[in-house]
Design a protein around this ligand. Structure first.
Ligand SMILES: [Zn+2]
Length: 461
């Protein structure tokens, strides 16, 4: 619309000029070197315009010819880039799809077409990795370290490779180098913290853990728990070096950080008891017991009370029952201390109470022990043991990374070396398939008030 209007305006102007010239006739005379040209003014204007237009056309043609090589070069370069980026894109798609052959082909093509080493090197490395050519991938990643813009990516690639190969010493070095380039990268902080903790560098791990929590790589709750574990390990380390004050202060800090964390409470209780502070030691266990009644805490409590006379031990252990009255562990703790001092009636009462609350393999074994110790009743003891064999496995310290079961808690899994991976839970493989008919028959002869039925679900704490 605008173009048509503009055209009409131009036509109007030309017609206007033509009319204006026609209204004002006149002649133009040119006399040059004996040549005489005489024409009307209108024609002269027309010829001048035509000559000017031709000159402009000629200028453009000549300029085009002179510039042709440069233009052609630019065109072919832009075509190359276009093809290069297309190859790069197809390569990245192939990497995402796991198509190693295409990825490598496209990486080579992109590398030949594009002068962009940061992009093509990463694709080449990823393609090599996909093909399982770790050596080639390592070469690409290492080459990436030479350029500041690709150094971090190269370190990330090498770090992933050494983690995969299980070389934690090299992984730790690489992670530290990467962190010096990008100090607040969440995934890197999480990895670095884990590597430092696995290597037993507790103090460094504590610092990195704090940064990882701040960067959002680890939740605040999990961060607290990990920190408590680090503090317990620092406490063990201080003890080995003969620094009992530091050992106690680290354990106390862990206990204050997560009061229901069983290893922290047990550790601080034992260290306080060793320092002769029996009352605060018992208090630490009672505090944790209120949150998380646990066999390890009962053991620690028994150790704390070891030097009291038998009746006082039983009386003091009742504090655990008061702290968690409806928990089977409270009654088991009381039964165990009663068994130890041969208060049979007391032991039986609490074992039966625990049986009502939560039957377990450990409980059946204690009942068998009671039958043997008190009444020398082998038959009843065997019946309880048969029931123990048929019951689901009791919870134990189980590694969440490798499922290995550990008899005692530790900051590092003794099997796979994972840090803070031990959880108190029943093993994942159940023994429910092991209950044959004969066992069930044996169970029906139990001198138990409880009806015998299928395995009672356990509550893992
Ligand atoms: Zn493990």
């Amino acid at each position: 619309m605008t173009r048509a209007l503009w055209f009409l305006i131009k036509v109007a102007i030309v017609v206007g000029i033509a009319v204006w010239l026609a209204d004002r006739p006149g002649t133009v005379n040119i006399n040059w070197q004996g040549y005489v040209v005489e024409t009307s003014f209108g024609v002269a204007v027309l010829i001048t315009a035509a000559v000017l237009a031709f000159a402009v056309f000629l200028y453009r043609v000549v300029r085009g010819i002179i510039r042709a090589p440069r233009t052609l070069g630019r065109y072919s370069r832009s075509r190359r880039r276009e093809r290069g980026y297309k190859a790069l894109t197809r390569g990245m798609v192939a990497v995402a799809a796991g198509d190693a052959a295409t990825a490598r082909k496209m990486a080579r093509k992109a590398d030949g077409l594009l002068n962009e080493p940061p992009l093509t090197m990463l694709l080449s490395a990823q393609a090599a990795q996909l093909q399982g050519d770790d050596r080639a991938a390592k070469e690409y990643f290492t080459a990436m370290l030479d350029r500041p813009e690709t150094a971090f990516l190269g370190l990330r690639g090498l770090l992933t490779q050494s983690l995969k190969a299980g070389d934690r010493v090299e992984a730790l070095q690489l992670a530290r180098r990467a962190q010096s380039l990008q100090p607040n990268t969440p995934w890197l902080l999480g990895t670095l913290y884990d590597l430092e903790a696995r290597s037993g560098d507790w103090a460094a791990a504590e610092g990195t853990l704090q940064q990882a929590v701040q960067a959002g790589a680890i939740s605040a709750d999990l961060g607290r728990r990990h920190r408590a574990t680090l503090l317990i390990e620092r406490s063990f380390e201080a003890e080995r070096r003969g620094r009992s004050d530091a050992a106690l202060s680290h354990a106390q800090a862990a206990h204050d950080l997560v009061p229901g964390f069983v290893p922290a409470a047990a550790r601080v209780a034992r260290l306080l008891a060793a320092a002769g502070k029996l009352r605060p030691a018992a208090k630490a266990v009672e505090r944790a017991w209120r949150i998380n009644p646990h066999p390890d805490l009962a053991d620690a409590y028994r150790d704390v009370l070891a030097n009291y006379d038998p009746l006082t031990r039983v009386k003091l252990t009742d504090k655990l029952r008061v702290a968690a009255p409806n928990n089977a562990e409270s009654h088991i703790a009381l039964a165990q201390v009663s068994l130890a001092v041969q208060l049979w009636g007391e032991a039986r009462t609490h074992l039966n109470k625990a049986l009502e609350l939560q039957p377990s393999r450990r409980l059946y074994r204690l009942l068998a022990e009671l039958e043997r110790e008190e009444r020398q009743d082998e038959e009843a003891a065997r019946a309880w043991l048969a029931q123990a064999a048929a019951a689901p496995a009791d919870p134990s310290w189980t590694c969440t990374a490798c499922n290995a079961v550990s008899p005692t808690w530790g900051g590092l899994c003794g099997h796979c070396g994972a840090f803070d991976s031990l959880e108190w839970k029943a093993p994942t493989m159940t023994v429910s398939l092991m209950a044959p008919e004969s066992t069930t028959t044996a169970i029906t002869h139990q001198p138990s008030e409880r009806p015998v039925g299928p395995a009672v679900p356990q509550s893992a704490t």
